[in-house]
Design a protein around this ligand. Structure first.
Ligand SMILES: Nc1nc2c(ncn2[C@@H]2O[C@H](COP(=O)(O)OP(=O)(O)OP(=O)(O)O)[C@@H](O)[C@H]2O)c(=O)[nH]1
Ligand SMILES: [Mg+2]
Length: 245
């Protein structure tokens, strides 16, 4: 439960995002209306991302040479001082101007996590294969973990620091985002969504390897409910939380 804001730690993983990162961090610095720290976790970019972040004096740069989206986020979270963590990609695809809405909903709902869902985006900028993959993963996740999320692959989330410290997260790459949802459902943490938009990448390449990530995400979900008690526990938590959403 997060009922007040002391400090928000915005954690942004970057790997070769020189054409995207400055706009993302300056928008967050300007728009986020709460005490904040902006942490960029870079995986040894070679395209000038590091220099851009160093020049943006309001950012804290952490180097994480081990590759992987999950590893970068875990390192950022470990170094975060805020009671709320906002994670977002540094690739310019999320509407970071909506960051206050994530935090406001978190307080309003006393939530443990608020996700920005891209599924009600009128512009429909998400590629068809990513959209279908996301829908299938989300359907399986919601079914087994008793949730009603619409976009489990959203990387734009406000998270209670206390809650995330309380769960074990081991995934090193893209499945990290799903592992977090699995662990939060098991703990009975309250997760809600707000609509946000999705923009096509203007610079650089996606690091998502759909086949490898798909296998890792499905095995993360299946591993999670191998224990029959998990399904029952999640149903019980869902009933307890149903009026909070
Ligand atoms: N530090 C670090 N950051 C990474 C690594 N892999 C990806 N990232 C960053 O994590 C964010 C998400 O990666 P993306 O390549 O956008 O992957 P995605 O969002 O699943 O794919 P798209 O939907 O195509 O954008 C981006 O800001 C990347 O720069 C990594 O190994 N290390
Ligand atoms: Mg992305």
């Amino acid at each position: 439960m997060t009922s007040k804001v002391d400090l928000i730690s915005v954690v942004i993983p970057t790997l070769n995002e020189a054409g995207n990162i400055l706009e993302a961090v300056t928008t967050i610095e300007k728009e986020l209306a709460y005490p904040k720290e902006i942490i960029v976790v870079d995986g040894n970019s070679t395209d000038g991302t590091i220099e851009i972040v160093k020049d943006a004096s309001f950012c804290r740069l952490i180097m994480e040479p081990r590759l992987g989206y999950g590893i970068a986020l875990r390192t950022g979270i470990k170094n975060a001082k805020g009671n709320i963590i906002v994670m977002v990609d540094g690739d310019g695809t999320y509407e970071v101007r909506h960051i206050n809405r994530l935090v406001e909903r978190m307080i309003e709902k006393d939530a443990d996590m608020v996700l920005g869902t891209r599924m009600y985006d009128p512009q429909k900028a998400m590629g068809l294969m990513n959209f279908i993959g996301n829908k299938v993963i989300t359907f399986v996740y919601d079914f087994f973990y008793s949730q009603f999320l619409s976009d489990t692959q959203s990387g734009f989330r406000a998270i209670s620091h206390e809650a995330i410290d309380n769960v074990e997260l081991k995934e090193g790459d893209m499945a990290f985002a799903t592992e977090m949802l699995v662990q939060f459902a098991k703990e009975g943490y309250n997760m809600v969504e707000i609509p946000t938009t999705y923009k096509a990448r203007k610079y650089g390449k996606s690091k998502l390897k759909p086949f490898k990530s798909g296998i890792e995400i499905f095995s993360t979900m299946f591993k999670g409910f191998l224990n029959a008690d998990t399904v029952r526990t999640c149903q019980k938590h869902w009933k307890e939380n149903r009026f909070k959403r």
